[in-house]
Design a protein around this ligand. Structure first.
Ligand SMILES: *[C@@H]1O[C@H](CO)[C@@H](O)[C@H](O)[C@H]1NC(C)=O
Ligand SMILES: *[C@@H]1O[C@H](CO)[C@@H](O)[C@H](O)[C@H]1NC(C)=O
Ligand SMILES: *[C@@H]1O[C@H](CO)[C@@H](O)[C@H](O)[C@H]1NC(C)=O
Ligand SMILES: *[C@@H]1O[C@H](CO)[C@@H](O)[C@H](O)[C@H]1NC(C)=O
Ligand SMILES: *[C@@H]1O[C@H](CO)[C@@H](O)[C@H](O)[C@H]1NC(C)=O
Length: 559
């Protein structure tokens, strides 16, 4: 009797957890599986779609127009597992699931094959039991029940039902460094996956020296992986869908995670020759995986001893499929550090074939719009409908955005070196802003358009600044110039609870959304400025310039 009460309580608990998670993920996703089934996609956030800022002169994507939902014969299938569909609270479907309850975890397996796990306190105390229960990710990949399961109505099933082949070969890598360097590593890895005709396993956006937490969020929390897959032709899977591990373990556990880990077989590096213990990633830790250096394949010798930064060498020599290898060893390829791979046209390809297609998702674009709503005046109405390109179909006024990368770059100035020699000065940036304004005036006067009103000529554009500058003197200069700072901090209050006046509007992003959001939102906003001024030595600026120019035809310059 008591026992059945107990298990009833567990069932209720698990249902509550499941609902809570669905509610959470509801917040996290803006749209799902549009290309799989447009009609059933719950476009809750459709009014948020980021099309108000598109260049209206830009031609629509030819490929999508020609064959909206049929993959081209050469295109690889999208294997991104469907994010949780966000049901309206009133039409919440009865979730079908089976529950497995052990001493260590409670697992819920949904009818579509998705498994979610809740870790009990005992999990963290029983190394062997925990390892047994986690199983092997290679086994999971081999069996991959969640792809082949014949569930109705979710995106994956819909795709498989259309007869799209499912690729059963994978390519994995380790991310490296901060968010922007991780993006570079992802670009190179995706290129390898494409060339090797393999499914790319995407790690989370990993904690790093700037963001010191245990686990990082999925890429799909910020990027639209479905459209990436469709546009790049590269099937992708996220590690989160292959292995469930504790998100916020106790510090006891985090000190002994290696004991709980399984082997992560991988060909050591591209070019840096770092030791295993200095792999610069926190991805393995989050997914409880212990790096195990393996030979590239039967009979393949890395003559460079891991020090080659030659992309072609890695692809054609290290990672090639060999005829002698069995299916199991063909299934898995991994290169620890694709970050430094280059040569030939690898950098161009990294943008043209990968970066270009990795668009932010609608949810994060909508957040950027909300920030712009707070900081910018609304877009001007056209005077007579003639000047459409300038002012209709956009929500915010035109603006200039500056990426003033400071902080750790300051420390890169040599001792005794004048800062002016190693750091772009705010005064120089102000001159560039003036140059933009001068150019705008000249353009307006030159244009044979008598319908432009004077204020359009004379009003200066608002200037937004994304910066990690902390020195009060420098920040004071930005205020004097009337520039608007992107400040993700919290409104400070004094002892009496009154707001402390501050020189910038506090967006509160950091506290509300956590440490991965401020840099990501800045990255989105940098693509949105009609004019971008960035720093040529900053990867974040470079990426923003590529994105702004390619996606929106914005004017960009790096100093
Ligand atoms: C399967 O269904 C569950 C519950 O509705 C959901 O959370 C999960 O995201 C779904 N997985 C896939 C791959 O559709
Ligand atoms: C990279 O290659 C060098 C030389 O083979 C090796 O000593 C080093 O351990 C490798 N790096 C990793 C992460 O295994
Ligand atoms: C890169 O590697 C490929 C394949 O091994 C080789 O043909 C090519 O010459 C290498 N390029 C350079 C610059 O070393
Ligand atoms: C603009 O209008 C003025 C007077 O209304 C006229 O003299 C001038 O030629 C016009 N400019 C152009 C480029 O049409
Ligand atoms: C100016 O406005 C008039 C009337 O609204 C329109 O007919 C004309 O084409 C516009 N001229 C230009 C150059 O846009």
């Amino acid at each position: 009797m008591a026992k059945s009460h107990l298990s009833l309580a567990r069932v209720i608990l698990v249902i509550c957890i499941a609902f809570a998670m669905m509610a959470l993920v509801h917040l996290h996703y803006a749209k799902f599986y549009r290309q799989a089934d447009e009609s059933t996609a719950t476009t809750v956030d459709k009014h948020h779609l980021f099309n108000t800022h598109n260049d209206p002169t830009q031609p629509p994507d030819q490929e999508l127009v020609l064959s909206p939902y049929e993959p081209t014969p050469t295109a690889m299938p999208t294997l991104v597992p469907a994010p949780v569909p966000s049901p309206e609270p009133t039409v919440l479907p009865e979730p079908k699931f089976t529950m497995t309850d052990t001493a260590l975890t409670t697992s819920v397996r949904y009818s579509n094959g998705t498994i979610t796990k809740t870790f009990k306190p005992a999990f963290y105390k029983d190394v062997n039991g925990a390892r047994n229960e986690m199983g092997s990710f290679l086994e999971t990949l081999k069996n991959r029940a969640w792809w082949t399961h014949n569930a109705q109505g979710n995106g994956l099933a819909a795709q498989t039902a259309k007869g799209t082949p499912v690729t059963d070969r994978f390519f994995a890598y380790l991310p490296m460094g901060g968010g922007n360097n991780q993006f570079t590593a992802l670009q190179k890895a995706a290129l390898l996956a494409k060339d090797l005709k393999r499914t790319l396993l995407i790690p989370p956006i990993s904690p790093n020296s700037h963001i010191k937490v245990w686990s990082g969020p999925r890429y799909s929390e910020f990027y639209n992986l479905e459209s990436f897959s469709a546009d790049s032709g590269i099937p992708v899977l996220e590690w989160h869908d292959i292995k469930q591990t504790p998100d916020n373990p106790t510090s006891d556990f985090t000190h002994q995670w290696l004991a709980f880990s399984e082997e992560f077989p991988c060909v050591p590096n591209g070019s840096i020759g770092v030791k295993n213990k200095n792999l610069y990633d926190h991805f393995r830790r989050q997914f409880l995986m212990n790096f195990k250096a393996i030979a590239p394949g039967p009979g393949i010798v890395d003559t460079t001893q891991g020090r080659s930064g030659n992309y072609t060498f890695a692809r054609d020599v290290l990672l090639r499929d060999t005829e002698t290898a069995d299916d199991a060893s063909q299934m898995w390829k991994c290169l620890s550090c694709p970050y430094f791979l280059g040569g030939g046209n690898v950098n161009e390809r990294s943008w043209d074939e990968i970066g270009l297609h990795m668009r932010f998702n609608d949810r994060i674009e909508a957040m950027a719009d909300d920030i712009l709503d707070m900081l910018l005046p609304p877009a001007k109405k056209p005077l007579d409908g003639s000047n459409q390109q300038l002012s209709t179909a956009r929500r915010h006024a035109e603006f200039i955005i500056i990426h003033l990368r400071r902080g750790d770059i300051v420390t890169k100035c040599k001792p005794g070196q004048d800062e002016k020699e190693c750091l772009v000065q705010i005064e120089e940036i102000a001159e560039k802003v003036d140059a933009i304004e001068r150019e705008r005036r000249i353009q307006v006067l030159k244009s044979s358009n008598n319908n432009t009103s004077d204020d359009m000529v004379l009003e200066r554009l608002p200037v937004l600044v994304a910066t990690n500058e902390k020195r009060p003197g420098e920040l004071e200069k930005l205020v004097k110039l009337g520039w608007i700072m992107l400040d993700h901090g919290d409104q400070e209050v004094d002892a009496k609870g009154n707001e402390v006046p501050s020189r910038s509007k506090k967006l509160g992003t950091m506290k509300a959304l956590g440490p991965f959001y401020p840099p990501m939102l800045d990255a989105v906003l940098l693509t949105r400025g009609d004019y971008l001024i960035g720093m040529s030595n900053s990867r974040m600026s470079q990426l923003a310039a590529q994105r702004g120019a390619a996606w929106y035809k914005h004017k960009t310059m790096l100093m």
